[in-house]
Design a protein around this ligand. Structure first.
Ligand code: FES
Ligand code: FES
Length: 158
């Protein structure tokens, strides 16, 4: 056990945990942030994706020792108070989900990608999102939502 301190959705957070406990389970079980989903548990599906220092990481494979001193954002922290993030608005506009299980990970994976690639081509979006799985088959609408979000973000994160 050790104390791990990090910023979670803008708030300083300090926990004494097993340093090898995966971030996914700390978010869900200790901190009540159930927006981050457990899909495969093997860093393969993307359902558990969160941001660590604005990089998309698979929280099912990220031990707590790796977030010490860093900035973590989950889907609960993406909206700006009551206003949805442009990516969230675009997912709603395009109905880019069915069951919604993959959606938090999709949106955060998309967010990290658009931060680094503010004006992506459709091919770049498809290539980047290839390792985010959606069993409902919403991929075409997800790509369309990302194109809309990229245009409305206009190179900015928010
Ligand atoms: S649950 Fe982490 S990648 Fe699937
Ligand atoms: S919307 Fe159901 S898994 Fe993607």
């Amino acid at each position: 056990m050790r104390t791990v301190a990090f910023t979670l959705n803008g708030k300083p957070t300090r926990l004494t945990v097993d340093e090898n406990r995966m971030l996914l389970w700390v978010l869900r079980d200790y901190l009540g942030l159930s927006g981050t989903k457990f899909g495969c548990g093997a860093a393969l599906c993307g359902a558990c994706t969160v941001l660590v220092n604005n990089d998309a990481v698979r929280s099912c494979a990220t031990p707590m020792k790796d977030v010490d001193g860093k900035k973590v954002i989950t889907i609960e922290g993406l909206a700006n108070n009551v206003k949805l993030h442009p990516l969230q608005e675009a997912f709603v506009k395009h109905l880019a989900f069915q069951c919604g299980f993959c959606t938090p990970g999709m949106i955060l994976g998309a967010y990290a990608f658009l931060l680094k690639n503010p004006k992506p081509t459709r091919a770049q979006i498809v290539q980047h999102m290839d390792d985010h799985l959606c069993r409902c088959g919403a991929h075409v609408r997800i790509v369309a939502a990302m194109e809309t979000a990229a245009a409305s973000m206009n190179g900015g994160a928010r």
